[in-house]
Design a protein around this ligand. Structure first.
Ligand code: 5RP
Length: 264
């Protein structure tokens, strides 16, 4: 692997082989998402506990301090909205030149397997990989499901992740699901888990992250279940304990409660 590619990947995936990415990119199709109205303020207290930020260039330039030293994964696909016709109809929104100008560690783009725009989104990924490989810039593929959240099951997600890896993604982001090892076993590149809409309890989140890590995920790209929680720093610290400190669900939940109550 070329030095630049290896260097960028090692900024994202830590020496223990694990990673905690914090996505704050939701506004690119959802607008001012609840508790992400001011993305810079949402992210600031969480930055010490995460390994990278997933963000668009607009929010990066306007809301994130450029002296911030956390690696950036730049969201480079979009062009749709929650009130538009079809969330799957994305294109590439940001040039590789601009990504390099922003000194990012990777770029991320969504693919919509099985949708009316499957072909376009997969070719977007392939074209992006063709360009990014020239510069040693890793591409993270996001296996998006649009509004069809019921698609989050192993057979479908395994198909999406494998296709993303075959087209050259260096990292694949997908959803956790039952039998998650079926997803990771069929994907030759590192897999990270997103959370989707906020779960009802913290325990639910800690449980699925723990399960996914046991079943081969290298980490998370978890947004709403962190920053929509009433205690986002406690949540970030509990997740970090599972991802980087081998904590059990019970230990992570105890940490969540003690940070929440101000004991730690
Ligand atoms: C949506 C994304 C997010 O990065 C991804 O869904 C992770 O966030 P969450 O855990 O809130 O689902 O690709 O734009």
């Amino acid at each position: 692997m070329d030095w630049g590619m290896e260097n960028r990947l090692s900024q994202l995936i830590q020496p223990d082989g694990h990673c905690f990415f914090l996505p704050i990119d939701h506004g690119y199709f959802q607008g001012p998402t609840h508790r992400l109205e001011k993305p810079g303020e949402t992210a600031k207290p969480l930055l010490p506990y995460v390994d990278a930020l997933f963000v668009t260039r607009g929010v990066l330039r306007s809301c994130i301090d450029p002296t911030n030293t956390k690696p950036i994964i730049l969201r480079v696909s979009g062009g749709t909205s929650v009130i538009g016709k079809d969330l799957a109809h994305e294109g590439i929104t940001t040039s590789v030149r601009d990504a390099l100008r922003l000194n990012v560690a990777a770029v991320g783009l969504s693919i919509f397997v099985g949708s009316d725009y499957e072909h376009e989104s997969l070719l977007n990924l392939a074209k992006l990989v063709n360009e990014c490989e020239d510069y040693g810039l890793p591409v993270m593929a996001v296996t998006a499901v649009g509004k069809e959240l019921e698609k989050r099951e192993a057979r479908y997600l395994a198909l999406c992740c494998r296709i993303a890896a075959e087209l050259g993604a260096r990292v694949v982001k997908t959803y956790w699901c039952e039998d998650f090892d079926k997803v990771t076993n069929g994907c030759p590149v590192p897999v990270v888990m997103a959370g989707g809409p906020k779960c009802e309890t913290e325990l639910e989140v800690l449980e699925f992250v723990y399960d996914g890590m046991q079943r081969g995920a290298v980490g998370v790209n978890l947004g709403r279940n962190v920053w929509q929680n009433d205690h986002p720093v406690a949540m970030a610290r509990a997740l970090r304990a599972i991802i980087h400190e081998n904590a059990t669900v019970k230990e992570a939940y105890e940490l969540f409660n003690s940070v929440k109550s101000g004991e730690r």
